[in-house]
Design a protein around this ligand. Structure first.
Ligand SMILES: *[C@@H]1O[C@H](CO)[C@@H](O)[C@H](O)[C@H]1NC(C)=O
Ligand SMILES: *[C@@H]1O[C@H](CO)[C@@H](O)[C@H](O)[C@H]1NC(C)=O
Ligand SMILES: *[C@@H]1O[C@H](CO)[C@@H](O)[C@H](O)[C@H]1NC(C)=O
Ligand SMILES: [Zn+2]
Length: 287
């Protein structure tokens, strides 16, 4: 009796743990973006982040980078803030035309949300007596998550296929939707094939390249004449979606080594750009 109760609970726990959140980079994608970002913070930004993080995060931004996906049901209003739908096959993005939700309400898309939470965080004073009108802990967690999402190419995808959520493919022998391939599966396959299934090793490899082969380009990725430049990131996103994610894929396509090995560099680049830009934005916000 006791034993079987224990087994049932364990099973439920295991199932909950493995149910993927099919919104934005999966847990590892967001973890990678936030871990890379936290290593690049200025002292002022690192202090502000450590003040704003919830206690249970233990000053690890990566550990709460998927919080925004977990609260999607509780904060139902936030679910359109994870992506942008652009007109089918145009392969361009324009804020005014595209940044709205399904009811046509302007600013309700991932680019609008990045502007929103950046503006909120600019009210941070570092002085716990003068509290902001906003919950800046939530603002930090939303901003950190959405900077990841906007760099996932299929989060700036076509409208009628909902960012490739309706395109069924085979990943080697497994059935998947194309959106999920880009959220999770390419990253998981990389981890398995190249990093002993260890996400920390993958982060180290990306970090290593960031300080060598990417160090010059990274300065260009950081550049932004305002506090944050989500329109640029979204324009790059739909271009990468057309050039790499959608390209050569139809309903029921079988995606194997050809696709994986040519797309993994795009995924790695977008993860690293997300991390570099999140850090640069937090550094500009907190001065
Ligand atoms: C801005 O943030 C507030 C507080 O979380 C939220 O209620 C509102 O929906 C957000 N709007 C956008 C466009 O992100
Ligand atoms: C801010 O948001 C966090 C996360 O939702 C919550 O735990 C905390 O209680 C909120 N703080 C205030 C002052 O409402
Ligand atoms: C790091 O850069 C090298 C050389 O360009 C490349 O072959 C390798 O795949 C890169 N690693 C990662 C994790 O991006
Ligand atoms: Zn998301």
């Amino acid at each position: 009796m006791e034993l079987s109760k224990f087994h049932t609970l364990t099973l439920v726990g295991v199932l909950l743990f493995f149910i993927p959140f099919a919104y934005g980079w999966g847990i590892d994608g967001h973890l990678i973006v936030c871990k890379l970002a936290q290593q690049r913070l200025s002292n002022a930004a690192a202090n502000a982040v450590s003040q704003l993080l919830p206690e249970y995060a233990n000053n690890d931004l990566g550990s709460v980078c998927s919080w925004a996906d977990r609260v999607k049901f509780r904060y139902h209003w936030s679910s359109p803030l994870h992506y942008i739908d652009t007109p089918d096959n145009l392969c361009t993005y324009q804020y005014k035309r595209d940044c709205k939700d399904e009811d046509g309400i302007q600013d309700r898309c991932v680019a609008g949300a990045i502007n929103n939470y950046t503006t909120q965080l600019l009210t941070y004073s570092g002085n716990s007596d003068s509290s902001s009108q906003y919950n800046l802990t939530e603002a930090l967690l939303f901003l950190s998550h959405f900077m990841g999402d906007i760099h996932q190419p299929l989060h700036v995808g076509f409208t009628s296929d909902r960012g490739a959520n309706t395109i069924d493919v085979h990943w080697y022998r497994r059935k998947e939707v194309l959106h999920h391939v880009w959220d999770n599966t390419i990253i998981e396959t990389e981890e398995k094939r190249f990093y002993d299934s260890n996400v920390d090793e993958m982060i180290d490899a990306l970090q290593q390249n960031l300080t060598t082969v990417w160090s010059e380009q990274a300065k260009g990725w950081e550049a932004c004449s305002k506090t944050v430049c989500p329109d640029q990131y979204a324009s790059e996103g739909i271009k990468a979606a057309c050039d790499w994610a959608y390209k050569g894929v139809d309903e029921d396509s079988v995606l194997e080594d050809d696709y994986f090995l040519s797309r993994r560099a795009v995924v790695n680049l977008r993860l690293v750009q997300g991390g570099v830009r999140l850090a640069a934005t937090l550094n500009r916000i907190f001065g």
